[in-house]
Design a protein around this ligand. Structure first.
Ligand SMILES: [Cu+2]
Length: 150
């Protein structure tokens, strides 16, 4: 039988276990993309190069997953991902995902709406300004980080 004392001890042990788990393994991101999306594949490479383990599922329509993970339609982009319960829409920089997992805000996820040139996976001669948007389950949004472009 679990006494009150052992219960409290078990509760106290939870953060330590979480910390060990986070140190032990690279965070896993499940990505949903269409088979022909080249910039999506480039974003996946960017994630892998920056400490994430990525599983890719090729789908005909990412809209289904966008809705499933609560991404507002106004924030849509070319692919949808999920990491430890947070949704990721579009070309979100890996550094912001690491920050998200560290800060763990009360939110649904992050998005880089559209496909701005210069975002990870969209590198080229052009580099537009873009913002990483934090959104919650009510569709409320705020700027998580701004990238000035060049
Ligand atoms: Cu794209």
């Amino acid at each position: 039988m679990m006494t009150r004392h052992t219960f409290l001890k078990a509760l106290a042990a939870v953060p330590a276990i979480t910390a060990v788990r986070l140190l032990a393994a690279a965070p896993k991101i499940q990505v949903f993309k269409t088979p022909t999306c080249g910039c999506c594949a480039n974003w996946v490479k960017h994630l892998q190069a920056n400490g994430f383990e990525v599983a890719v599922k090729e789908v005909q329509d990412t809209g289904e997953y966008r809705r499933q993970y609560g991404v507002p339609e106004k924030l849509l982009s070319c692919h949808t991902g999920v990491v430890e319960g947070y949704a990721l829409e579009g070309h979100v920089p890996a550094v912001e995902i690491h920050r998200l997992l560290k800060e763990r805000p009360k939110a649904k996820g992050l998005s880089v709406p559209g496909m701005p040139m210069g975002s990870p996976g969209m590198e080229g001669s052009l580099s537009q300004a873009f913002s990483v948007i934090l959104f919650d389950s009510e569709g409320k949004t705020s700027v998580y980080q701004s990238y000035p472009g060049k």
